[in-house]
Design a protein around this ligand. Structure first.
Ligand code: 3NM
Length: 220
């Protein structure tokens, strides 16, 4: 996944439909089961987001997730560049208050993927300038999953951001089956729906639903 540099990276990212982010605190069936089911359903990108485990546990779990993703899905680690390096993940996803993206790039090298969370057009333009490979834009709707996410910006803001950058825009925050079409119709390349997928009994079914919905609405 990572030896062919930027062009492959950006073309892979453009093919992403549904993006899985893990959360062991919310998961009904466990993080490894969520990853397995989502990847088997065709999910092409997985972000390991873990706030409650020790570094040792994280390295062990990340290493297993990498094995599950293998050549089937891009595997990123949220925030923890040390964990990403330890297991040779495909990259990281970082927030505005995490390590500066320039430092993350120095540590990870040019061929790894770095995604950055942004809240508006200004942050998105800066993220692209600083070398982010994609942006996570959110929260689109109010969400209880991330306590400090702030108020939803609304789907119309997606178009504004999409028109300002060339890198893929992944929408996140409060996205569910009822509101997801508006997210893609307003220009998002991909979406994350954490609770809507991993709190369900059937992660496979929910993943397939979101993948189909994104594909249909991108074609429309
Ligand atoms: N980041 P759910 S919102 C992890 O706005 C995360 O950057 C956000 O969870 C951001 O799909 C969020 O359950 C939580 O609402 C998304």
């Amino acid at each position: 996944m990572n030896q062919n540099g930027f062009n492959l990276k950006s073309s892979l990212l453009k093919e992403i439909d549904f993006y899985l982010v893990t959360d062991s605190g919310l998961s009904k069936n466990g993080t490894l089961s969520d990853v397995r089911e989502a990847v088997e359903s065709g999910c092409k990108i997985v972000q390991y987001r873990e706030k409650d485990k020790s570094t040792k546990e994280m390295v062990e779990e990340a290493s297993e997730i990498k094995r599950i993703c293998s050549t089937r899905a891009i595997f990123l680690v949220n925030d923890r560049i040390d964990v990403a390096l330890a297991v040779d993940a495909d990259g990281v996803h970082i927030g505005q208050d995490d390590m500066p993206i320039e430092t993350a790039r120095e540590l990870l090298g040019e061929d790894k993927i770095i995604g950055l969370s942004v809240n508006d057009r200004e942050e998105a333009v800066l993220a692209e300038k600083l070398g982010a490979d994609y942006i996570g834009l959110g929260p689109i709707f109010d969400t209880a999953t991330k306590k400090d996410a702030g108020d939803g910006i609304g789907p119309l803001k997606i178009r504004e951001v999409k028109d300002a950058v060339k890198i893929p825009v992944v929408a996140i925050g409060g996205i569910n089956k009822e509101n997801c079409e508006s997210v893609i119709q307003n220009g998002a390349d991909s979406l994350v729906a954490i609770s809507a997928v991993i709190c369900s009994d059937d992660v496979k079914r929910e993943t397939e639903y979101f993948i189909d919905m994104v594909r249909k609405n991108k074609k429309a």
